[in-house]
Design a protein around this ligand. Structure first.
Ligand SMILES: [Zn+2]
Length: 381
């Protein structure tokens, strides 16, 4: 009876989260569209960017205002989805002040990055009015690579505490496993994920020579050593296959598609309605709200492609992990345990998977592992 009710709870939780994610996408499109097409953006532009070539303090104030307003507009949904729902299902261990602290910290880190990116975008637009989107896509690749290097060093420690894994026997076992996979690690760390959530996770940190495995303390408490080996083998697979580099290269291609759509849509809107935001020139900062709508549109249209590729990579990592550990049963159980702890719906509706999920449905991942176990059994007869 408990098993059934747990599964029902998982289904209820993940369907709610999925609906909120889809609602968030629709809300972004709707609110940014309303902002532009109601004429509100035009009035804001007249006030904050009265001249055609504003100086940089004016430009930064303008970008920061738009970014701040859209952040505030998304805050109620973020609080409901990230705090209220997480508490309702017993997944969050945070109090309100800690959640607010995290949210403010993230915004404080992302705002200067956003300002720099927007300035870079318009500088590129003025220099290469036609080919700006190709230049931006080419720039995204090294930027993402640098960010992937800096994130674990500069940003992650501001949100969690990292220390060497206390269970040294397990650490040796995992080092042995990653050695066999051909991706030796400098150390195995544990991270205090339980200060925010009861959900479990594990990942490789750093893409240089000093790779580390990071295990959430929640994973250590909730999983057997065999299951943890399965989870780490999956992460090792991403390293062996160079999936990080694949993703970085893909982000360049993805950005190319996104910016091509943004270029085409924004130009058309600005030409058809030059009074809308007070310019028909894409390289004027006044075009930013129109580019925002176009970007939201391009995201909805192109994200499913990126997700499909991600699910393909995840399937391959599952296969590799099962073969590396040689223990498909433990792997299937690890997936089950992950589903229980993270309250994942094992069988989400197909359209939801296509639109939102970077991983294949858990039921599918478990079934593949069990198929492998069955093949092993046949091989042994
Ligand atoms: Zn993965």
């Amino acid at each position: 009876v408990t098993a059934i009710s747990n599964q029902e709870r998982a289904q209820e939780y993940s369907r709610l989260k999925d609906r909120l994610a889809l609602g968030g996408m629709a809300l972004t499109l709707l609110s940014s569209g309303t902002f532009v097409f109601s004429g509100m953006a035009g009035r804001v532009n007249k006030r904050l960017l009265p001249t055609a070539r504003p100086a940089w303090p004016q430009r930064l104030r303008y970008t920061a205002t738009l970014s701040g307003v859209s952040w505030l507009a998304g805050l109620p949904l973020a609080f409901f989805s990230g705090y209220v729902v997480e508490h309702r299902y017993g997944l969050s261990t945070q109090r309100v002040p800690a959640w607010v602290g995290d949210t403010l910290k993230s915004k404080a880190i992302s705002t200067p990055v956003e300002l720099a990116l927007v300035e870079g975008l318009y500088a590129t637009l003025r220099r290469w009015p036609r080919g700006w989107w190709l230049v931006c896509s080419a720039a995204v690749v090294p930027l993402t690579a640098v960010f992937a290097q800096l994130f674990p060093v500069l940003i992650a420690p501001r949100f969690n505490r990292y220390e060497p894994l206390r269970d040294r026997e397990l650490a040796d076992r995992l080092k042995n496993l990653t050695d066999r996979a051909g991706v030796p690690v400098a150390d195995v760390l544990q991270m205090d994920m339980s200060r925010r959530t009861t959900k479990a996770n594990a990942f490789f940190s750093g893409i240089g020579r000093t790779k580390r495995i990071v295990l959430a303390d929640t994973l250590l408490d909730g999983f057997t050593h065999e299951q943890i080996e399965g989870v780490v083998a999956h992460e090792a697979a991403h390293q062996v296959h160079g999936d990080i580099w694949r993703f970085i290269a893909l982000s360049g291609i993805f950005t190319m598609g996104m910016t091509a759509v943004v270029d085409a849509v924004s130009r058309r809107v600005l030409h058809a309605m030059p009074d809308l935001v007070g310019t028909d020139d894409l390289s004027s900062h006044r075009s930013l709200p129109v580019m925002g709508v176009a970007l939201a549109l391009a995201g909805v249209a192109l994200t499913p492609l990126q997700l499909a590729y991600s699910r393909h990579i995840e399937r391959r990592a599952d296969r590799f992990a099962v073969d590396l550990t040689g223990n498909p049963r433990a792997y299937a159980n690890a997936m089950r345990r992950l589903g229980e702890m993270n309250l994942s719906d094992p069988n989400p509706p197909r359209p939801v998977t296509l639109l939102l999920h970077s991983h294949p449905p858990l039921a599918e991942r478990i079934e593949r592992a069990e198929d492998r176990e069955y093949q092993q059994m046949l091989g042994n007869i």
